[in-house]
Design a protein around this ligand. Structure first.
Ligand code: NAP
Length: 494
């Protein structure tokens, strides 16, 4: 609870309890004025659930700037008033600890200390009720070190990696028997960097269903915070009653960072990591590390994978479900099988990552592809690689194709009034826009008016997620759930 006065803190406690919190941490250092003993007694006695009293000093990343004597008086008062636990920093001498169950805490905001094991051992030698270690994560591998601590601990423990990359430690705390985890009442009320909200814990990350056997999946990328995949896959696991959780895993750009993450995960088979989605900027790093021999044929041709499956013996396999998602969205709308793309003229607009997956797959199934791109040299390069035609974007008005696929970001929110084509040429019967925000782009509106079949980026997105789900679980994907969650997310993002 990070409110700045006692009454607001009490109303936040009620809100947190209504959302399912069973214990609340009252951050007394957030109060605008140091609380009096009476105020503390009122706060603690009126809380319907157990209170952890914390008054974090500035030196440990908190807001209490007063003197140490005053701070300790506040903590003693909280203890006398019946706080279930009082949080005391590990540099506070034992003689100053209040007479109450203690959460002994150690923070490092700079990074993950080298000597985490020694820090835990020292803390465990004390008579604190719970030991808490929190440090800033540079990557998910640091979050795994927090889980190592939980597995090592012989007493109740909390081990948390802070920051976006530390999320894994906060969610999997339950899998590894942590004393608990910390959730913010809302996104704006975080008491530590990277802390998800209570609502996210419960509804997005399936906190209540996580247990020792829960399997782990995730999306590796940078940035990943806004990925829709966690919402889509977690809702699908729930719908299919699969004991698994899917997390965003922020891995900084660079092959070395990707490899460090994969090696750290491989060294910890107890994590239960069974699959990964891979997104920008790691799609090429992933195929390099997994090895093209362990990837499907089209992924090899594309030179990128977006899906990794990890078998029980730790073997990695790479796939590219982007192309499959796109091709199937197109074929399903046209009511044809992939092989019936052979001989059809297709204009692909764009020469980036999405275009590459589409061009590789369309060429593989025998379509006659022409690539149009703003930067002509990129179009030429791609065309040469996949044996198709190329042209500059200014020649698009002359196109003569049955199918048009937009693989640029033209028309994407907030630039929704743009379109890669100003009118639909008479030869065109099918228009596929890979952009899915907005759902009906200006290009698709023009295509509908011209009487064309329309394929939306939403279908491509749902198909690629469904293909991943099926690869990982061996079960049919709940596509309707995936579609509804995506629509809901898109509505929220405007
Ligand atoms: P990318 O690798 O960065 O490529 C971007 C492409 O768009 C390039 O060809 C670029 O041309 C072109 N472009 C960008 N802005 C332009 C402009 N103002 N005018 C003309 N051309 C422009 O990105 P990507 O990964 O291929 O993604 C492209 C789009 O595909 C995304 O915006 C997204 O909407 C869509 N997508 C959809 C899904 C899905 O599941 N539905 C999945 C992936 C991507 P230059 O080469 O000249 O820079």
């Amino acid at each position: 609870m990070t409110a700045t006065d006692i009454e607001s803190m009490l109303s936040d406690i009620s809100a947190a309890v209504a959302l399912g919190a069973d214990t609340v941490e009252c951050r007394l250092d957030f109060l605008a004025k140091p609380p009096t003993p009476d105020q503390l007694a009122s706060l603690i006695s009126r809380s319907p659930v157990d209170v952890i009293a914390t008054c974090r000093p500035v030196r440990e990343g908190g807001r209490f700037a007063g003197d140490e004597k005053k701070r300790l008086e506040i903590l003693h008062s909280a203890a006398t008033s019946g706080a279930a636990f009082v949080d005391v920093e590990s540099d506070v001498p034992r003689r100053h600890w209040p007479n109450a169950p203690i959460i002994l805490s150690h923070h490092d905001f700079e990074g993950a200390p080298e000597n985490l094991d020694a820090i835990l051992a020292d803390m465990e030698a004390s008579d604190a009720a719970v030991n808490k270690i929190a440090f800033t994560a540079a990557g998910p591998e640091d979050a795994m070190r927090a889980l190592d601590l939980l597995r090592q601990a012989t007493k109740p423990a909390l081990a948390l990696a802070m920051g976006e990359a530390g999320l894994l430690s906060r969610i999997l705390a339950r899998k590894f028997g942590a004393f608990g985890t910390f959730a913010a009442l809302s996104k704006s009320a975080q008491s530590a960097p990277g802390q998800p909200s209570l609502e996210e814990f419960k509804n997005l990350y399936r906190w209540d269903s996580i247990g020792p056997e829960t399997k782990l999946f995730g999306v590796v990328g940078c940035p990943v915070a806004h990925s829709m995949s966690p919402a889509v896959h977690n809702a699908s696991f729930s719908a299919a009653d699969i004991d698994a959780v899917y997390l965003p895993l922020r891995v900084e750009p660079g092959e070395e960072n990707f490899v460090r993450f994969i090696k750290a995960a491989a060294a910890r088979p107890w994590l239960g990591l069974e699959g990964l989605s891979v997104t920008i900027p790691h799609k090429h790093n992933a195929i390099a590390h997994v090895g093209s021999d362990n990837c499907d044929e089209l992924a090899r041709k594309i030179g990128a994978i977006n899906t990794v499956t990890i078998s029980r013996d730790g073997k990695l396999r790479g796939c590219n479900t982007d192309y499959a998602g796109a091709i199937d969205a197109l074929c399903n709308t046209m009511k044809i099988v992939r092989e019936q793309l052979a001989g059809r003229a297709v204009a692909v607009i764009g020469a980036g990552g999405a275009a590459r997956a589409l061009v590789a797959a369309l060429s593989y199934y025998g379509a006659k592809v022409t690539i149009y791109n703003r930067t002509v040299s990129r179009a030429e390069q791609l065309a040469e690689e996949f044996d198709c035609q190329s042209a500059g974007l200014e020649e698009i008005c002359k196109l003569d194709a049955e199918i048009v696929v937009n693989c640029t970001s033209i028309g994407m929110h907030p630039d929704a009034e743009s379109s890669s084509l100003e009118s639909i040429p008479p030869s065109v019967k099918v228009v596929f826009d890979t952009v899915y925000n907005p759902l009906e782009t200006r290009l698709l509106k023009l295509a509908t008016q011209a009487g064309c079949l329309c394929v939306s980026g939403l279908d491509m997105f749902v198909n690629q997620a469904a293909a991943q789900f099926e690869l990982w679980t061996g079960e049919p994907a709940p596509k309707n759930v995936m579609k509804n969650v995506t629509l809901e997310r898109l509505k929220c993002s405007g």
